[in-house]
Design a protein around this ligand. Structure first.
Ligand code: ZN
Ligand code: ZN
Ligand code: FE
Length: 725
């Protein structure tokens, strides 16, 4: 009996969901069927991949095991359903035409050029030698070129490039690594550059600024070791302080990499990784003024590899935009928006369908989750009972679409203060909903009426779920760990609107996905002049010093002081406390970009051992003023700024841990909010809480800052819709 069922002809059907399109999954299944001598078919569906195979029962078992165990590296199988169906007597195995249906599906992220393609790129004997658009099933554009699903060439921006006979035979050969690679091309049939590569390289070598069309948008490039070229780029781009990323094929010449940083840098996602600058690195001071850190990225398209190779120097590679606008994607758009910045344009005729900026990683978390990571689905610990959109925040904007247990966060859109970013928000959301086949019934949004994303939400014809800013941060961290709470949450950031109408941002919450209570918070200070105090940290420092009975060293305070009576919203933002101490130490009195003063204060404290400054925690209030007063006194007494900065960091961490100890329950603490991008603070808080016996969860997959807010809003909305919540 057992033997008979083992050798008798049988047929099975597999439904596979996850990231299984555009990652070589169908060729993999084809090769597997051939190995096990099975007939049948594989095809892409709107939901994923469907496989039907028939043959001997024992071979079907082996096939099913291999399907689970040997999936291509770039694939992520979320679910594999298997059922027995009646045999049909198929002869041979084939890749069937895609099945169109409206079910939500996910396309894979764009992947950096793989090792096999790189060898071909620099092999004079290869027919794709120095061809800037070579790809295979393991690498190349996906998300940024897909117009619609299922993922087939005719629904990508390569539809206008019919395959030549040589490419077609690779595409149709199950043993070839380009078997059904939808983006393949060659010099005979594929896209072409708009400018001769030699001329582009000459522009760079002469110190010029080159606009380069990348995967998800245009970049601006110049020699990273040419101080004058970097200064020109900054001046023309109107970016005077923010660090610029460096692209190099030899990262060890410019930064010190530890093992986890190297792994992140070399991952197929190819993010920008913030790492310690190597002393004597051939990188102009103007690339990251005053910073011990450099953002580095490996070349991730064949065109980048050619540029890096032919210039032989590290290149600045920064988004093709002005200040905080979204990246330019279209060719005409790039020429219009970047015409006054770039000396030459290195474009091509493969259109970009979706914008996607570079991802940025620091430590083990994303600062910006974008190219190579979006649009991979994130799991929700509680399924969304109805499909929803979460609108996100104002700065570092993203939105998030969720259906069931899956949530798709958009790539980074920029700051919604800019009209171009608000347009991108609407356009990209339409693209996302179309791609996923989702019609939202619920919209989650921040409480702040001044956020463009909130204004958009209020215009929609859907059920609205308002979510408090810091609850969303906490929920993002809980949800990415698959937790629903309850937990304690330390949420430290610059600002966010509280339920009492004041500005929060130094919060200890007790929460689950659906609700929260405010357990403790930083003592609020008035922000003299409101927004102006965010740009000018000295104003906050003055307010703290005056309250502490210390002298205010700035003469202009006599003028600004009047704002206390008319325009001085109270804020408990932790970012403002860091700003104040930075100003007291003379690190920075005015900022050029969000978080600059706090980042520089962290640099100052780096690696310096110090005893924590005392900070009272009483009746749910963290007396941050104690820390400012002590920093002032030690600085005035001639204490080293590095030591004051370090003792301040430890003081914040100790007070935060003390607040958790007083709250006592539950025994899990999540750490979120943009201030936790500070590695010194993150490490110290984690160590102190762990020593007290708390379980500590921090971000790994979603940014701690406002870039992760939309995912947290989606988790809260799902939590509130859950039947038992
Ligand atoms: Zn490849
Ligand atoms: Zn070809
Ligand atoms: Fe925030």
């Amino acid at each position: 009996m057992a033997l008979a069922s083992h050798t008798a002809l049988a047929r099975r059907r597999f439904e596979i969901t996850g990231i299984v399109q555009g990652v070589g999954f169908r060729p993999f299944v084809g090769a597997l069927a051939a190995r096990h001598d099975l007939a049948g078919h594989v095809r892409n569906t709107g939901a994923g991949v469907e496989v039907e195979v028939e043959g001997r029962g024992d071979l079907l078992d082996a096939f099913a095991a291999a399907l689970r165990d040997e999936a291509p590296a770039a694939a992520r199988v979320e679910r594999l359903d298997e059922e027995v169906v009646p045999p049909r007597g198929d002869a041979g195995f084939r890749i069937a035409p895609s099945l169109l249906d409206g079910a939500a599906a996910a396309i894979g992220p764009d992947l950096g050029t793989c090792g096999d393609c790189l060898r071909e790129l620099f092999d004079p004997a290869d027919r794709r030698f120095r061809y800037p658009f070579l790809t295979c099933t393991a690498c190349g554009p996906r998300f940024t070129i897909v117009r619609a699903l299922p993922y087939d060439r005719e629904r990508t921006t390569l539809a206008g490039f019919p395959l030549c006979p040589a490419c077609r035979s690779e595409y149709e050969d199950p043993s070839d690594r380009r078997f059904h690679a939808e983006a393949i091309a060659c010099p005979a049939c594929g896209p072409r550059l708009s400018l001769e590569l030699g001329r582009a390289v000459a522009v760079l070598r002469d110190g010029g600024i080159l606009a380069v069309k990348g995967l998800g948008g245009w970049h601006l490039a110049c020699l990273a070791d040419d101080e004058a070229a970097v200064a020109r780029l900054r001046a023309r781009k109107a970016r005077d302080a923010k660090p610029l990323a460096v692209m190099t094929a030899a990262p060890d010449l410019v930064v010190e990499l530890d093992a986890p940083e190297r792994e992140l840098l070399e991952a197929p996602a190819r993010p920008i990784v913030l790492a310690r600058r190597r002393s004597g690195a051939p990188v102009a001071e103007g690339v990251a003024p005053g910073s011990p850190w450099l953002g580095v990225v490996l070349p991730y398209t064949p065109l980048h590899h050619l540029l890096a190779h032919d210039t032989g120097r590290p290149l600045v590679m920064t988004s093709g935009n002005r200040s905080d606008e979204p990246i330019a994607t279209g060719d005409a758009e790039a020429r219009a928006r970047l015409g006054s910045i770039a000396d030459a344009f290195l474009g091509h005729d493969r259109p970009i369908h979706r914008r996607c900026e570079d991802s940025v990683m620091r430590g083990s978390f994303p600062v910006r989750r974008s190219r190579g990571l979006a649009p991979a689905a994130l799991g929700l610990p509680v399924g969304a009972a109805r499909p929803l959109v979460a609108a996100g925040g104002q700065l570092k904007s993203t939105f998030c679409v969720a259906a069931g247990r899956r949530a798709w966060m958009s790539p980074h859109l920029g700051d919604l203060d800019a009209p171009a970013a608000r347009r991108a928000f609407r356009e990209d959301l339409e693209l996302y909903l179309g791609m996923l086949g989702v019609r939202p019934q619920v919209i989650a949004h921040d409480l702040h009426p001044g956020y463009a994303a909130t204004a958009w939400a209020l215009e929609q014809d859907a059920e609205l779920v308002p979510v408090q800013h810091h609850h969303a941060h906490a929920a993002a961290c809980l949800a990415e760990h698959g937790r629903t709470g309850p937990a304690l949450a330390l949420v430290f950031d610059g600002t966010g609107l509280g339920t009492d109408g004041t500005l929060w941002g130094g919060e200890l919450l007790r929460c689950d996905l659906a609700s929260f209570e405010r357990v403790a918070h930083l003592e609020p200070v008035p922000l003299p002049g409101g927004e102006a105090a965010v740009r000018e940290p000295w104003r906050v420092a003055a307010a703290y010093l005056e309250r502490a009975g210390r002298p205010v060293p700035w003469e202009r305070w006599t003028l600004v002081r009047q704002a206390l009576a008319v325009n001085a919203p109270a804020s408990s933002g932790m970012g403002r406390l860091f700003d104040a101490v930075a100003a007291v130490l003379g690190v920075r009195e005015q900022v050029g970009y969000e978080g600059q003063a706090a980042i520089e204060l962290e640099h100052l404290a780096a690696g310096v051992a110090a005893e924590a400054y005392p900070c009272r925690v009483e009746d749910g209030i963290l007396r941050g003023g104690d820390l400012v007063a002590r920093a002032h006194d030690d600085h005035a007494a001639g204490g080293a700024r590095e030591e004051v900065a370090a003792a301040f960091h430890e003081g914040v961490a100790a007070a935060a841990a003390r607040a958790c100890a007083l709250a006592a329950e539950p025994r899990t603490v999540v750490l979120s909010g943009g201030t936790f991008q500070n590695l010194r603070l993150l490490g110290s808080v984690r160590a102190r809480l762990t020593a007290m016996g708390f379980e500590v969860l921090s971000h790994r997959r979603v940014p701690p800052g406002d870039g992760g807010l939309s995912f947290g809003q989606a988790a809260v909305a799902a939590g509130r819709m859950a039947p038992c919540a």
